[in-house]
Design a protein around this ligand. Sequence first.
Ligand code: ARG
Length: 264
Amino acid sequence: IGKKWLATLALTVGVGLLVSACGSGGQQASGGGSAASGGDSKVYVVGTDAAYPPFEKMEADKITGFDIDVIQAVADAGGFKIEVKNTGWDPLFDGIDKGNVDLGISAVTITDERKQKYDFSEPYFDANQLILLPEDTTVTKLADLKGKKIGVQSATTGEQVVKKAFGDTYEGIKGFDDTPSAVDDFFVGRVDAVVADNAVLQDYAKKVKDKKFKLIKDDSFEVEHYGIMVKKGNADLLNKINQGLKTIKENGKLKEINEKYFGQ
Ligand code: ARG
């Protein structure tokens, strides 16, 4: 009886320690049960630009959003631990280059250009660009904006489509470090339009009911696929990510996260 009781006690204390360890590891660290399932004990640093709701945003001092739920579920399913950092956009790519960020999830579109420097997971979300315009605009396509000021987040696919339409040196393009700054400039009239990802602009549409504007799509805007990004050649981590992603695609977890943020 003594042995059995001791074993129960040890188990209880053990579980208690594990639970408190999971619950107190800094705001975004997480256990994920990888030790128990035989995963590695390394904590991978996830970088994101947490100014892109509903994908990632700062909520008080916590990073939340669709991507954060996705990467947590992927890590849990793939048997590895993560810690999420709000790096910003350009520093996210820099951080991966330098090795102080292990992986990036930030509504990052998989592009041929980026694939030269980074490896991407299988896609986890589809998107396209949209143009944010005043409600009474006569603009019906991107080409109509020729000569107008267009706000974009620098080094994004939004910037790319504008440059593709008007040339790399187009003077009307105004680049911002983050997308909310571009949208703010639009609402005070400093830019005539903003080009950014559909779900992000639609999220504004839901939130700022007092302001009047319209969203249009140009025929040149292609479907984009978001991927999770690692340093080129980091096959070990990429495999873990893809394995986790496969699991959450199959077991309905990814669908559940989709419904949480976007409804049916
Ligand atoms: N999907 C676009 C791109 O890859 C924009 C992503 C911006 N993401 C962010 N968190 N600010 O270029």
